[in-house]
Design a protein around this ligand. Structure first.
Ligand code: HBI
Ligand code: FE
Length: 290
C-alpha cells in the first residue's frame, strides 16, 4: 500500500467490492458468544421502561433474546419478511458512499467482530453488539425502516452536495442518540444509547445533559462528541414526524442556509430551543476538571 492510499480506499482482503464479507457464524468462539450474552443480559435488565416501545417490540419479534451472537442469515430472513431489510457483515467502518449505498437498498452493514471482555463498556468502532443489538431491532419498525432507507438516499445526495458533515449530525442525534416522547415519559431509541450500559441510564436520568425538542435545522447545525456521553439529547414526538421531515424537506437550500451560519457547540442552548430539561452540565464540568 503506497502512502497516499487510505485504508478506506479499497476493500480489505477477502471482502467484496461492496465491502461485505461472509459472517461465517461458525467461527465465533464460546468466549465471544459469552461476551454477547453478558452484554445482552445487562441491557435486558435495564431497558424495560427505558427503551422505546418500537425498540422493545423489534427485540422481541426478531427473537434476539436467543443466547449467543445472532446468525445474520436467520436474522435477515425474519427482518426481510417484516420490512425488507437485511443485515450484511462488514469488517468494520466502510467508506461513506458504500455505507449509504447499502442503506439506500435496505442492507444494514454490521461489524462481524465482537469486543473483548475488557472492552465491555466502551469501544471506538461499532462491533456486532452495537450494530445488531443497537440498530437492528429498530429496522423491524416499518416507519423507522422507511426513515433509514430515506437517510441512505439522503446521504448519497449529501455527498454530491458536500454536506455530509451536516447530514451525519442528523444520523447522530436520531439513529445513534435519539430520544422519543411517549405518554409515560421519555424513551430511548438511539442505538448508541441502547447498546451502552452507562448511557442508557445517563441519557434519561442524569440532570447533566440538555434535552431539547428535535428541530431538523438546529440538529444539523449542532456539533457532537464521539468519545463520551452526549451533552445534548434531541427528543422527537414520533417516527412518523421524523420520516415526514426527511421526505418532505428540500435539503439543498437547507444545507446552503446552514453552511452560512456558525456551527452550534455541544451543550449550548439556543434562544429558539424548546427545552425539556436544562442540563446542569455537571458531568462535562467534572470531566473538564479532571
Ligand atoms: N461504516 N460499518 C460502518 N458503520 C457505520 O455506522 C458507519 C460506517 N461508515 C460511515 C459512517 N458510519 C458514518 O460516517 C455515516 O454518517 C456516513
Ligand atoms: Fe451505530
Amino acid at each position: 500500500m503506497t502512502d497516499e492510499t487510505h485504508v478506506l480506499d479499497c476493500p480489505p482482503e477477502g471482502a467484496s467490492p461492496d465491502w461485505t464479507i461472509p459472517q461465517d457464524w461458525s467461527h465465533y468462539t464460546p468466549g465471544e458468544h459469552a461476551v454477547w450474552d453478558t452484554l445482552f443480559d445487562r441491557q435486558a435488565k435495564l431497558l424495560p421502561g427505558r427503551a422505546s416501545e418500537a425498540y422493545l417490540r423489534g427485540l422481541d419479534v426478531l427473537k434476539l433474546s436467543k443466547p449467543g451472537i445472532p446468525d445474520f442469515e436467520e436474522l435477515s430472513e425474519r427482518l426481510m419478511g417484516l420490512t425488507g431489510w437485511q443485515v450484511v457483515a462488514v469488517p468494520g467502518l466502510v467508506p461513506d458512499d458504500v455505507f449509504f449505498d447499502h442503506m439506500a437498498n435496505r442492507r444494514f452493514v454490521a461489524g462481524n467482530f465482537i469486543r473483548r471482555p475488557d472492552q465491555l463498556d466502551y469501544l471506538q468502532e461499532p462491533d456486532v453488539f452495537h450494530d445488531v443489538f443497537g440498530h437492528v431491532p429498530m429496522l423491524a419498525d416499518p416507519v423507522f425502516a422507511d426513515y433509514l432507507e430515506a437517510y441512505g438516499r439522503g446521504g448519497q445526495r449529501a455527498l454530491e452536495l458536500g454536506a455530509l458533515k451536516h447530514l451525519a449530525r442528523l444520523y447522530w442525534y436520531t439513529v445513534e442518540f435519539g430520544l422519543i416522547a411517549q405518554p409515560e415519559g421519555l424513551r430511548i431509541y438511539g442505538s448508541g444509547i441502547v447498546s451502552s450500559f452507562a448511557e442508557s441510564r445517563f441519557a434519561l436520568d442524569d440532570p447533566s445533559p440538555n434535552r431539547i425538542a428535535f428541530d431538523l435545522k438546529r440538529v444539523m447545525r449542532t456539533d457532537y462528541r464521539i468519545d463520551d456521553f452526549q451533552q445534548n439529547y434531541f427528543v422527537i414526538q414520533s417516527f412518523d414526524d421524523l420520516l415526514r421531515l426527511t421526505v418532505e424537506t428540500d435539503f439543498a437550500p437547507l444545507y446552503a442556509e446552514i453552511m452560512a451560519q456558525p456551527d452550534v457547540p455541544v451543550a449550548e442552548i439556543l434562544p429558539g430551543d424548546v427545552v425539556l430539561t436544562h442540563g446542569t452540565q455537571d458531568y462535562a464540568r467534572g470531566k473538564a476538571a479532571r
